[in-house]
Design a protein around this ligand. Structure first.
Ligand code: GAL
Length: 439
């Protein structure tokens, strides 16, 4: 299957996830919260593991992300005592530094034994470059479509071969807010109806002396992360998803999203927060009212001892209620991995119900598997499971679900230029040009 055909097939799955054909929820994609013991289905593996070093590459190097990875590492060591886990994490949110290092390692035939890749367009990049081995046997052993949603499997499948093991599902369109700061401006805890109402609340906060209503990182990906939520709010789910197939980037709705985005930036800090942890900390520490961040942020509130509902609240980015802006991490077996059997031990752990439970509780995400009981998860993740089961699904740009890496890189470059020059017309034409190049 050619590269663009693979992308199109993946996007078709995402549109199916979005219920575009039926216009409703995504029943087959739902990781239905269940009760009872996790199923213990796993690929047969050497008892105790294949042995040798198993180098695992991620960008989960700090804070709550590191803690999530540590849960997997702990179980890996218990289940596969013959193997030696080698943590190859490279710091930088959303893989901002890691992906360049990984690309160089892959190019130099020095791959890790397994690396983190987003389900969807990003994974197709690696597949089309012949950098991944199929892992059909691992997925089969884990229970395949009886434990993973078929539509999620479609996002990691090309020509009938499955190329990664999904570990989790994250939500991108979440506002994290500090109620004490909101109170200073007389703003309530309920979600504003749309971006305009949200901007009005930010003005109230500003008028009351809150210096930074909205925290945004200076890392370009955090700005793209905010922008995808605003695009979704202005376009609605179907038109947003259509942008990656045949939708019009020159439409008035895209122009309106760009305009609203510029207005939001007027309420944001211009420095002082590099990556997502610092931007989220501004909300945690009461230095800002809001941060739009993926739900890995909840793990940071938890790690800092904050209480859900009292110290922090959350809701879908205004104007996006009813849509789950989706991304999923998954783990691969690279071509040329030095310890492929050890890598499969890792993949079996990542795909197991026990591994997904421990990892996702700590990471803020929800299991990719459908048979992990919801009962033990914190309140936030229960809401995410509910939303993923019942709402429409849209695919994240900033986290590799909707667009291949070169396309999101072009968008990021255009966005960074826009953040400094605020030239709306040239930003829209750069977005349209990128779509013309890559879809
Ligand atoms: C995403 C990744 C998440 C989280 C986030 C921030 O791309 O899928 O698991 O790590 O970046 O670093």
């Amino acid at each position: 299957m050619r590269f663009k055909t693979a992308i199109a097939a993946g996007l078709a799955s995402m549109l199916a996830l979005a219920g575009c054909t039926g216009g409703g929820a995504a029943p087959t994609a739902a990781p239905a919260p269940t009760t009872g013991a996790p199923a213990a289905s796993e690929a047969p593996a050497t008892e105790g593991g294949a042995g040798g070093d198993v180098g695992v590459f991620t960008w989960w190097a700090e804070g709550s992300e590191k803690a999530g990875l540590a849960e997997l590492e702990k179980q890996f060591k218990e289940k596969y005592p013959n193997d030696t886990f080698v943590n190859l994490a490279v710091a930088g949110g959303a893989g901002s530094n890691a992906k360049a290092k990984l690309a160089a390692d892959l190019e130099n035939n020095n791959p890790p034994d397994s690396f983190q890749g987003h389900a969807g367009a990003e994974l197709f990049d690696y597949i089309s470059a012949n950098q991944l081995e199929p892992v059909n046997d691992v997925i089969e052993g884990l229970g395949a479509a009886s434990v993973f949603p078929q539509n999620l499997l479609d996002l990691i499948t090309v020509d009938g071969n499955i190329y990664s093991v999904p570990s989790n599902v994250h939500r991108s369109n979440v506002v994290w807010a500090n109620p004490a700061v909101l109170e200073q401006g007389g703003v309530g805890n309920e979600a504003p109806a749309d971006i305009d109402a949200w901007l009005a609340d930010m003005q109230k906060l500003k008028d009351a002396g809150v210096e930074t209503p909205l925290a945004v990182g200076t890392a370009p990906w955090t700005q793209l992360h905010l922008f995808e939520s605003v695009l979704l709010a202005e376009l609605g789910t179907d038109d947003y998803n259509g942008l990656f197939t045949d939708g019009d980037w020159n439409s008035p709705k895209v122009a309106s999203a760009v305009d609203k985005y510029a207005k939001l930036l007027d309420f944001a800090n211009t420095g002082g927060a590099d990556d997502w942890p610092q931007a989220t900390d501004m909300v945690i520490d009461g230095k800002a009212a809001y941060n739009v961040m993926g739900d890995w942020a909840v793990a940071q509130f938890t790690e800092k001892g904050k209480t859900d509902g009292t110290d922090y609240i959350y809701y879908p980015t205004p104007g996006t209620d009813g849509t789950f802006l989706f991304l999923a991490d998954s783990f691969t077996l690279p071509v040329g991995a030095k310890n492929p059997e050890g890598a499969k031990d890792w993949l079996n752990l990542v795909g197991s119900a026990e591994g997904q439970k421990a990892f996702n509780i700590t990471k803020g995400s929800i299991p990719a598997r459908t048979d992990v009981p919801a009962d033990d998860f914190p309140a936030y993740q229960k809401t995410a499971m509910e939303s993923f089961s019942n709402d429409k699904i849209a695919s994240s740009i900033a986290h590799g679900a909707a667009t291949q890496m070169a396309w999101s890189a072009d968008m990021t470059t255009a966005l960074s230029k826009f953040v400094s020059d605020r030239d709306q017309a040239s930003f829209v034409s750069a977005l349209a040009a990128a779509a013309g190049t890559y879809r």
